[in-house]
Design a protein around this ligand. Structure first.
Ligand code: B12
Length: 162
């Protein structure tokens, strides 16, 4: 009787101990800065004749697939830009496209480990314009799969004449 009680107590204590050791690690993985936890950002797609999309999007870095470029990661680790996966502008565009049922396309450049976003909602820059990517009003110095987004950022894909 006493033996059984002692064994149960030991098992319970061991299980609790394991849970206590495991819990902080999980909490850390979800809240540490630089992780790929989903963020809410404002996204605008400004075409030559007006706004093609405007809304808030919950997003995180993920693999994306385009007709021209195929499937590649788009989580900020592209080109070694960030040490771990993070939300990115092109991943945000991709999330908006899937949720609101519009298309985008981009060629893949292995040299940059990134997509060139060439077409959104069937609008492309052609020979005279391109889709500029900006975050909080500033053009990104790198491609859209390399730049880290933070919660509340304002992301814009703007049709821009050369
Ligand atoms: C010209 C140029 C452009 C032109 C290209 C079209 C044209 N009419 O020529 C335009 C204006 C479209 C452009 C756009 C952008 N560019 Co640019 N561009 C250049 C530049 C000055 C020369 C490229 C070139 O002609 N190379 C010679 C040809 C023979 O080689 P190529 O491989 O065929 O060149 C093609 C690619 O470079 C591609 N391209 C151009 N820019 C970018 C950016 C990315 C991310 C990708 C994947 C491809 C790509 O377009 C070229 C012509 O087809 C380079 C700087 C450099 N010295 O390389 C920056 C450069 C490549 N661009 C850069 C950036 C950041 C951008 C933008 C993301 C800027 C922005 N925030 O909007 C956008 C792309 C946005 C999108 N829609 O995805 C960076 C890329 C850095 C990185 N690690 O990602 C560079 C290196 C400049 C820099 N900051 O140092 N760009």
């Amino acid at each position: 009787m006493h033996g059984t009680f002692a064994r149960r107590t030991l098992i319970t204590a061991t299980a609790l101990g394991l849970a206590l050791v495991a819990a902080p690690a999980t909490a850390h993985a979800q809240s540490a800065p630089g992780t790929n936890a989903p963020v809410r950002v404002s996204l605008t797609v400004q075409g030559p004749d007006g706004i093609l999309f405007k809304g808030k999007i919950r997003t995180r870095g993920h693999d994306v697939t385009t007709t021209t470029g195929g499937t590649h990661t788009c989580d900020g680790t592209n080109g070694g830009a960030n040490p771990s996966a993070v939300p990115t502008p092109t991943a945000a565009l991709d999330d908006a496209a899937h949720r609101r049922h519009f298309t985008w396309d981009g060629a893949w450049y292995a040299s940059f480990d990134d997509y060139s976003v060439d077409t959104i909602k069937n609008v492309s820059g052609g020979a005279s314009a391109y889709w500029n990517i900006s975050v909080n009003g500033t053009p990104t110095p790198v491609g859209g799969c390399q730049f880290k987004l933070n919660a509340g950022d304002t992301v814009a894909f703007t049709w821009t004449a050369f």
